[in-house]
Design a protein around this ligand. Structure first.
Ligand code: ADP
Length: 322
């Protein structure tokens, strides 16, 4: 009998539970035994590995987070440590691994594959920075969480004629800021990939919005943009000519939680099933990827080579529609 394992690793986000559920149930239906590894790659070193039955993954489809837990395990970049992980899996007679996670986690899966241990990845990252797939698991839910927050902030901003700086996640990647800014009708979006306007120019945008008769001004700022949300806030709060009062909201970890959207549940279910099928059919070194209308297996080596670049066409569109 084939025995496979599944783990979630790296940054968390919505949609991980439906992935685990789909991998588990699909593999069981195909006659395999499935093991859940707790706390990402760390669990391969500590041996926190448990058998998953179909009922063990019941009731988690609509739950945020990951019931297996996730963790960073920097030492996994060391080949000796990975050898130990492979030994642990061999002891459990596990002959294939599904890794659900972001770029780092998928790099770990590729490293295991290159050492001869069969591994398949499922891209899960709220930043949508994984190359080779149109979208990763978790992105849709997170975007909807952010846009819901922007809509709510806009309500209160409009009531009081305020300008709001809304900081969203994205240390190196402006995807969430750009998409949510576009969908939320922000007057300005600031992303780490692009050098933003000067503080004076940002203030001009706020003044222009006021003069144009707008009742609010929304600036969406990715956390990794320099010089940062605080610098903009300090500058704007010292200006007395803006028209608007200025407020700051840092959305923070609320963006990582929550019930996965319909889109994420379906994507996670499809990707989980494909990953299980692939592994059981002898595929390795691949990642599930949505490419256009097709869900397919895509080489991990190509996927992790570079992060997905910012969609500059959307930057222009966001600028044009503000
Ligand atoms: P994410 O998967 O969300 O991008 P990280 O970049 O923190 O998050 O990576 C998660 C984990 O993946 C790391 O803690 C480590 O265990 C593993 N990993 C990252 N890079 C490598 C690498 N080059 N080789 C092996 N494992 C890696």
């Amino acid at each position: 009998m084939q025995r496979i394992a599944v783990l979630t690793s790296g940054g968390d986000g919505p949609g991980l539970n439906p992935c685990i559920r789909a991998v588990t149930r699909r593999a069981i239906k195909q006659g395999a035994e499935v093991y859940g590894v707790h706390w990402g790659y760390k669990g391969l070193l500590s041996g926190e590995i448990t058998l998953l039955e179909s009922r063990d993954v019941g009731g988690i489809l609509g739950q945020g987070g990951t019931f297996l837990g996730t963790a960073r395990c920097p030492e996994f970049a060391d080949i000796q440590v990975r050898r130990k992980a492979i030994r642990t899996m061999n002891q459990h007679k596990i002959n294939g691994l599904v890794v659900i996670g972001g770029n780092g986690s998928l790099t770990g899966a590729l490293a295991l594959h290159q050492m001869g241990f069969p591994a398949i990845g499922i891209p899960a990252s709220i930043d949508n920075d994984i190359d080779g797939t149109d979208i990763a698991v978790g992105v849709d839910t997170t975007l909807n969480t952010i846009v819901d927050a922007i809509d709510r902030i806009k309500d209160t901003a409009t009531s009081h004629q305020r300008a709001f700086l809304i900081e969203v996640m994205g240390r190196d990647c402006g995807y969430l800021a750009l998409r949510s800014g576009l969908a939320g009708g922000a007057e300005m979006v600031l992303v780490p990939e692009l050098e933003g306007p000067s503080l004076e120019k940002i203030a001009d945008t706020v003044v222009d919005a006021y003069v144009a008769g707008k009742h609010h001004c929304i600036l969406v700022i990715a956390e990794g943009w320099k010089p940062g949300t605080r610098a903009v806030a300090d500058y704007l709060l010292n200006r007395t000519d803006l028209g608007f009062d200025v407020r700051v909201t840092v959305l923070g970890y609320v963006q990582r939680g929550g019930r996965p959207s319909v889109f994420d549940r379906v994507l996670a279910s499809r990707m989980g099933a494909l990953a299980a099928d692939g592994l059981l059919n002898g595929e390795t070194g691949k990642m599930t990827a949505l490419r256009g209308r097709k869900l397919e297996l895509f080489p991990l080596e190509e996927a992790v080579r570079q992060l997905r670049p910012l969609d500059t066409a959307l930057v222009e569109l966001a600028d044009m529609l503000d």
